[in-house]
Design a protein around this ligand. Structure first.
Ligand SMILES: Cc1cc2nc3c(=O)[nH]c(=O)nc-3n(C[C@H](O)[C@H](O)[C@H](O)COP(=O)(O)OP(=O)(O)OC[C@H]3O[C@@H](n4cnc5c(N)ncnc54)[C@H](O)[C@@H]3O)c2cc1C
Length: 390
C-alpha cells in the first residue's frame, strides 16, 4: 500500500520552496548564464536559501536542521527545478554530499559536520567527490566494486594522507566540506573502500579551472586536487571497507533527486509551452486546438505525472527499507530523466523558433535536462543495474 499524500507540514515546505523560487530565483534566470565563472548571483540565492533553512532540510533538528523526510525533500526539489534546474542541482548536491554523513557518521562526526552544513547564518555547501578523469560511471557502478578508484588513502599514525584527482563534482571550490570516495588500494576492491570528509582549509587541497557547460551554469564544476592532504582518521565515515556500501546507499537516495529535478524541469517547460500554445494562432486556430498538438500535451502531462509517481514510490520504499528500493530508485531516475529530455524537447518544438530562442525560458530547460540523463549514473549503466536486479 502506498500513501503519497503530503502532510500539512510537507505542504508548507512545498509552498515555501515555490515562493522562494518565484521571488529569489526567477528574476535572476537570465543572469546566471553569464555568471558561470563569478557565481555572484548564485551566492545571493544560496544565502537566502540558507536563511530559510533549505541547506539543512534533510538534517536532524538535533544538529540544527529541519529533519524533513524524503517525500518532503522531493516536493521541495520539484518546485526549485520547475523554475531552475541548475539551482535545484546545486542545492540537491549539497544534500547528496550530506547523505553519507547522515547514514554512516558517528555521533561526534555528526555534530562536527552536520551542524555547520545546516547553518542558516552562513552558506556551507557539501561537495561529493566520486568521479575521476579516467572513471566516471564505473565508480558509481556497484559491480565495479571500487576497482577503478585511483584516489588513495594511506595510513600515517592518527592521520590518512590523501592523494588523487576528482573531476566534475558540483559545488567544487565553493563548498566547505568535500566527501571523498577513495581506496587504500583498488586491488582490494570493497575491502579497501573508504569515504572521507575533507574540510576546505586542509593544506594540499586545490581546485582546477571551472568547467564551461551546455547548461546548468548555476552549478560550479571543477577538478578537485588532493596532494598529500593530511586528514585525521576521525574524518573517515565508518571504517575502511565500508565505502562501497555507504556510496551505494547514498546513490540510491540521490538518484531519486535526479528524477525529481527532471520532473520539475519538465513541468516548468510544459507549463510555459502550454500557456504559449493557448495563445499562438496557427492555421486559423490556437495551437492547442490542433489535435496533434493537443495529443502531445496530453502525452507530456501523463508522462510528467508518471515520473513523479515513480519518484514518490521509490521515496516511500526507501523510507520503509523495501527490498526493491534500489531498483525503484534506479527506475525512477531513468524514466524521469528520459521523460524530461523528451518533454523539454517537445516544448521547444511546439513553440517553433520562439521555443529555440533565448528570449524564452524553454530552451534552457532542454539544455539542463540533458545532463541529468548522465549525472548520478548515466542511464545506460543504471538500466543495466535494473535489468540485472530483475
Ligand atoms: C552538471 C554536472 C554535475 C555533476 N556532479 C557531480 C558530483 O557532484 N560529483 C561527482 O563525483 N561527479 C559529478 N558529475 C560527474 C558525472 O557524475 C559523471 O560525468 C558521470 O558519472 C559520467 O561519467 P563520465 O563523464 O566519466 O562518463 P563515462 O563513464 O566515460 O561514460 C560515458 C558514457 O558511456 C555510457 N556508459 C557508461 N557506463 C556504461 C555501462 N556500464 N554500459 C553501457 N554504457 C555505459 C553512457 O552513455 C555514458 O554517458 C557531474 C557532472 C556534471 C556535468
Amino acid at each position: 500500500m502506498y500513501n503519497f499524500q503530503l502532510s500539512e507540514e510537507r505542504h508548507q515546505f512545498q509552498e515555501m520552496a515555490r515562493k522562494f523560487a518565484e521571488k529569489e530565483i526567477k528574476p535572476l534566470n537570465d543572469k546566471f548564464e553569464d555568471d558561470w565563472e563569478t557565481h555572484r548571483y548564485m551566492t545571493q540565492v544560496l544565502k537566502k536559501a540558507a536563511e530559510l533553512g533549505f541547506m539543512g532540510l534533510t538534517i536532524d533538528p538535533k544538529y540544527g536542521g529541519i529533519g524533513s523526510d524524503g517525500m518532503t525533500t522531493m516536493a521541495v526539489l520539484e518546485e526549485l527545478a520547475a523554475v531552475n534546474g541548475g539551482v535545484a542541482t546545486v542545492i540537491g548536491d549539497t544534500w547528496f554530499a550530506q547523505t553519507p554523513i547522515i547514514i554512516a557518521a558517528n555521533e561526534e562526526q555528526r555534530e562536527r559536520f552536520l551542524r555547520p552544513l545546516a547553518s542558516r547564518e552562513e552558506v556551507n555547501l557539501g561537495c561529493i567527490c566520486m568521479t575521476e578523469p579516467d572513471s566516471g560511471s564505473d565508480i558509481e557502478d556497484e559491480r565495479m566494486r571500487f576497482r577503478t578508484v585511483k584516489t588513495i588513502l594511506k595510513e600515517d599514525g592518527e592521520h590518512y594522507i590523501l592523494n588523487g584527482l576528482k573531476a566534475w563534482p558540483s559545488n567544487a571550490g565553493i563548498a566547505s566540506h568535500y566527501i571523498v570516495v577513495a581506496t587504500t588500494d583498488p586491488k582490494m576492491e570493497e575491502k579497501g573502500s573508504g569515504i572521507l570528509v575533507v574540510e576546505k582549509d586542509r593544506p594540499g587541497l586545490s581546485f582546477g579551472k571551472i568547467e564551461r557547460k551546455m547548461g546548468m551554469a548555476e552549478d560550479q564544476n571543477r577538478e578537485v586536487v588532493f596532494e598529500n592532504v593530511r586528514v585525521p582518521k576521525s574524518n573517515l565515515l565508518g571504517k575502511i571497507g565500508d565505502g562501497l556500501r555507504i556510496l551505494q546507499t547514498t546513490v540510491a537516495y540521490n538518484r531519486l533527486g535526479a528524477g525529481m529535478i527532471s520532473v520539475g524541469m519538465a513541468r516548468g517547460a510544459f507549463e510555459y509551452a502550454l500557456q504559449y500554445c493557448k495563445n499562438r494562432v496557427v492555421g486559423g486556430k490556437v495551437l492547442v486546438k490542433h489535435s496533434l498538438i493537443s495529443a502531445m500535451f496530453a502525452d507530456m502531462a501523463t508522462k510528467i505525472d508518471a515520473a513523479r509517481l515513480l519518484v514518490y514510490r521509490a521515496s516511500w520504499a526507501l523510507k520503509r527499507k523495501d527490498p526493491n528500493r534500489a531498483r525503484y530508485s534506479n527506475m525512477a531516475k531513468v524514466f524521469a530523466t528520459n521523460m524530461a529530455m523528451e518533454v523539454t524537447s517537445n516544448c521547444v518544438q511546439v513553440m517553433g523558433s520562439y521555443g529555440y530562442s533565448k528570449e524564452y525560458p524553454v530552451e534552457k530547460y532542454m539544455r539542463d535536462a540533458k545532463i541529468v540523463q548522465i549525472y548520478l549514473g548515466p542511464n545506460e549503466m543504471v538500466q543495466q543495474l535494473i535489468g540485472e536486479n530483475l
